[in-house]
Design a binder for this molecule. Sequence first.
Ligand code: AMP
Length: 275
Amino acid sequence: MIVMRSQEGLRRALADLSGTLGFVPTMGALHEGHLSLVTRARSENGGCAVSLFVNPLQFDDAADYEAYPDTEAADLGLLEAAGVDVVLVGNKDDLYPPGFATRVDLTGVTDGGEGGQRPGHFQGVCTVVAKLFGLFWPQRAYFGWKDMQQLCVIRRLVKDLSMPIELVPCEIVREADGLALSSRNRRLDASERAAAPRLYRGLCAARELWHGGERAAAALVQRVFEELGENFPGDYVEVRDTTDYALVHDPVEHGRIVAAARLGATRLLDNVSLS
Ligand code: AMP
């Protein structure tokens, strides 16, 4: 596995790979969710590349950025064991040198959801992803449904800018009790960790209602809030279209139920498919 710490030489390392390139952008602090994307990228392409970069542009909260876990040595061990060919360990001074002035901004699909809660977040995400796509120029890029709005936003970006990159959405990997794996889960204390699976339980309960014939979005949303209860405040619960992230109106016949909720200082995101 070749580990690059700057853009310099990256293209040469990639040029030595044969066949299609599958690319997995991450912010490190890797877990089985990330590794599921890597394994899939590995199996569907001749070469596999991963980026580890905590992108300052996408954090609206400096404390959240500072507190983001850094487990680089463990991450590199996991990627090597997974058979990754090339890793870029991103450095902000290298990727955003003095004079860097470009911002990539989308409208519509970034409204509401995480875009509504975290001003500037998707501008930061789109800027770094456009930059990483320019550096790696993969045939396929792998993203998790875990960040459903991000997936829809990047799909729009790739389409609008005519980038010849196939996006491959990957299903959410969970703990045995249903909690979606996330680098932020390690911030939960014991009682928060015990409460955290209520988010997925609520989403599953709403999906059960839907399977039973309920087609009113408000009833599905209400069911999730019931399961969360008072000590687990939801930022939002919505039914969203899987392609353009538009709100799905009654009668709800498709989409995913998406929720963000807070346990203490930690925000948890999750969603389930209505199918
Ligand atoms: P992050 O490092 O949080 O930016 O995530 C990098 C990629 O991994 C994104 O495409 C995420 O959607 C994906 N991802 C994060 N958690 C999971 C999970 N539990 N299951 C599947 N994919 C995930």
